[in-house]
Design a protein around this ligand. Structure first.
Ligand SMILES: [Zn+2]
Length: 129
């Protein structure tokens, strides 16, 4: 199991590691209080909480990175069908994406090509479809 990708930690600087440890302490406290899990706690309960907290963190990272990534799509983008360039719509498309860690709500830049009568979303679908 040592080659399991789940065991691959990110490399963090000492300052980042300190902040990471603080986040872990904050979430652990949220789950089991200041004193930690009571004596009768089964490890499975600890593991279940850790997994829930981890998925929450994963969803937040997904949403943050997708929001940052979306800022690249403020100008004209080519229609995947005809190649004609269009500016993004005034309102982004609200998308509820199902990920391995649960539902992530995104606001993806939306484009419309009148000649092709199609919408396109180059931030989440970079390859023509
Ligand atoms: Zn088109």
């Amino acid at each position: 199991m040592s080659k399991d990708a789940r065991n691959k930690d990110l490399e963090l600087s000492p300052a980042e590691k300190k902040q990471f440890d603080e986040l872990v302490a904050l979430l652990a406290k949220r789950g089991f209080g200041e004193e930690g899990p009571p004596r009768e706690t089964a490890f499975a309960q600890i593991e279940q909480f850790g997994h829930q907290a981890g998925q929450m963190v994963a969803r937040a990272i997904d949403a943050r990175l997708a929001e940052q990534h979306a800022t690249h799509f403020v100008g004209e983008e080519p229609c995947p069908t005809c190649g004609e360039k269009h500016l993004p719509n005034e309102s982004p498309h609200n998308l509820e994406l199902q990920t391995e860690d649960g539902e992530v709500k995104l606001r993806e830049p939306a484009f419309h090509c009148p000649p092709c009568e199609r919408d396109f979303f180059p931030s989440t679908h970079p390859v023509a479809d």
